[in-house]
Design a binder for this molecule. Structure first.
Ligand code: ADP
Ligand code: MG
Length: 139
């Protein structure tokens, strides 16, 4: 059983599709074991996306991710990290497979509806970034 971090980004929250996106996780046997709405400050967003600080889109990404509330969740299930990435689809929604979240809800390469951890190590770091241990449901 593995865990990953999911973020429903400001564009998708604004479009009122939180429920539709969470359903995708549940339909694919990922359990939501923690969930909250957060409005990132500039400092927190910069820290979260530190790996991208040299990329040309970094400051736009920070502006976008602080533009409104986000919904952060911890998803648990078999192969959760890879499974969530598959359900999300490619970063560029134009290249995303049909039936993926980004294909259905993204409007640009930046405003692509969701974030998902890209490795087991990053999943642990990102879950710790948003949640205390006692905020995550344990069976
Ligand atoms: P992913 O979210 O699929 O892991 P990355 O980690 O490469 O993708 O990028 C982080 C986020 O930065 C993307 O989800 C997207 O919102 C934004 N982004 C990535 N590439 C670009 C780009 N070329 N132009 C604008 N924004 C981008
Ligand atoms: Mg990434």
């Amino acid at each position: 059983m593995l865990r990953t971090l999911s973020i429903i980004k400001p564009d998708a929250v604004e479009k009122n599709v939180i429920g539709k996106i969470l359903s995708r996780f549940e339909e694919n046997n990922l359990k939501i074991v923690a969930c909250k709405m957060v409005h990132l400050t500039e400092d927190r967003a910069k820290k979260f996306y530190m790996v991208h600080k040299e990329r040309p889109f970094y400051m736009d990404l920070i502006k976008f991710m602080t533009s409104g509330p986000i919904l952060v969740s911890v998803l648990e299930g078999d192969d959760a990290v890879a499974k969530n990435r598959k359900i999300m689809g490619a970063t560029d929604f134009k290249k995303a497979d049909s039936g993926t979240i980004r294909k259905d809800f993204a409007t640009s390469i930046e405003k692509n509806a969701v974030h998902g951890s890209d490795s087991l190590d990053n999943a642990k770091i990102e879950i710790d970034f948003f949640f205390k241990n006692n905020e995550i449901f344990k069976r």
